[in-house]
Design a protein around this ligand. Sequence first.
Ligand SMILES: Cc1cc2nc3c(=O)[nH]c(=O)nc-3n(C[C@H](O)[C@H](O)[C@H](O)COP(=O)(O)OP(=O)(O)OC[C@H]3O[C@@H](n4cnc5c(N)ncnc54)[C@H](O)[C@@H]3O)c2cc1C
Length: 395
Amino acid sequence: MSLLIEHAHCNSITQFNIEGDRMIVIEGAGIAGLTLANCLEIQGIDYRVIEQASEIKPIGAGIAVQSNGLAILQALGLEQDVTGCNIEKMTLAGKYFRQELMPDKGWKVKMVHRATLHHALLKNIPSSKLLLGAEISSHSSTEDSVTCHLADGSDLQGNCLVVASGIHTETHNKPYIRDSGQWCWRTVISGNAERNEGGEYWFDDFRIGVSHIGDGDYYIYQVAKTAQQITEEQRLVFWQRDDVRARFPFLDVKKAVWLSHPLTERRIDWGQGNVVAIGDAAHALTPNMGQGAVLAMEDAYTLATLLNTDYSTDWNTLAEQLSALRHQRVKGIQQQSWLFGMLAHWSNPITVLLRDIAMRLSPTDAVLRQQITFFDRFIARMAPLIPDERQRLSQ
Ligand SMILES: Cc1cc2nc3c(=O)[nH]c(=O)nc-3n(C[C@H](O)[C@H](O)[C@H](O)COP(=O)(O)OP(=O)(O)OC[C@H]3O[C@@H](n4cnc5c(N)ncnc54)[C@H](O)[C@@H]3O)c2cc1C
């Protein structure tokens, strides 16, 4: 198979050398698209990543990579590249409860800067396979091939198109976005203490998350329920409160540059046939379980193992095959994340009291066990990326 990029403006045709007989076109160089590219690189399956931005500039925020994400990074040989903070204690606290999760129970989370994760995911991707400043504007597909029409007038052909272009993409379908009515601000600042801890704290009007991400840098987020009515001044007053300052004396947010946006989710849609969606394009979820990016990595890994079935890929049902493997798991965590976010912002004093008593009574061990089971279920089913390795492992 050959890959032709036809430049309409200059009437020229670029022919790339295709390494195998299959070509995967990936739309979007976010965490989902780059994870898939890494898998395909290992598998020796040819691909091109098409990214609309002319430069890859991850936003200045942190990200929690839990055991399932760490297992994928390990399979990609990137675990050591993703430096950050191995969390020793994660706290969840409200007015009348406090839970502390410790990694010694088999639970693992690494808090990292997004830029670190992106750099690691880019490390093994040859620049010849990453087309920056290129946007897929439309596509047409047959049973085993997709022709992608780029905004500059050129065409790109592959066996399948993987839509990894984020929550607002319309490539495989019109998005159905559900707004949680919550607004989030995020930043990374330097703190004056190095504590390998993280936590989320529920106050009356806001909840905040604070976590060390390594080298004395802290990832901070602040979430409010009726954010539209909150001015920047009102929001920052929160950080001057005595109870907040007493809890985080090592943080000074005065000079922080905050990113802000609403918290939303996208109705799950895996695409159709050989136009397959992964990551936020398939199922963006609210960030309350810290699993969006890691589920995107799980999608990418699972799709890669489907593509590696001894060259007998049924392109025409690829999206349906991925959906069969992923839908229940993703739907469960999307719903859980939504509910958790709603619960965190209850404001009626009686329901807050009842909620906090329930949180107090729920044993930390049971909460941890549930989390660990969720991560382990994926890890236990991770097929090796290269089938030969499967044979070697079974000997
Ligand atoms: C406040 C907040 C906190 C979060 N915290 C966590 C956390 O702690 N842990 C966690 O696992 N997840 C977390 N998430 C979720 C996580 O950020 C997302 O799930 C993840 O980044 C999605 O990655 P993606 O690759 O699917 O999409 P994106 O990161 O959106 O990447 C899509 C890419 O596609 C490109 N693109 C778009 N359209 C086109 C086109 N037509 N042609 C070419 N390129 C295109 C875009 O430029 C972009 O680079 C959080 C999310 C939020 C909002």
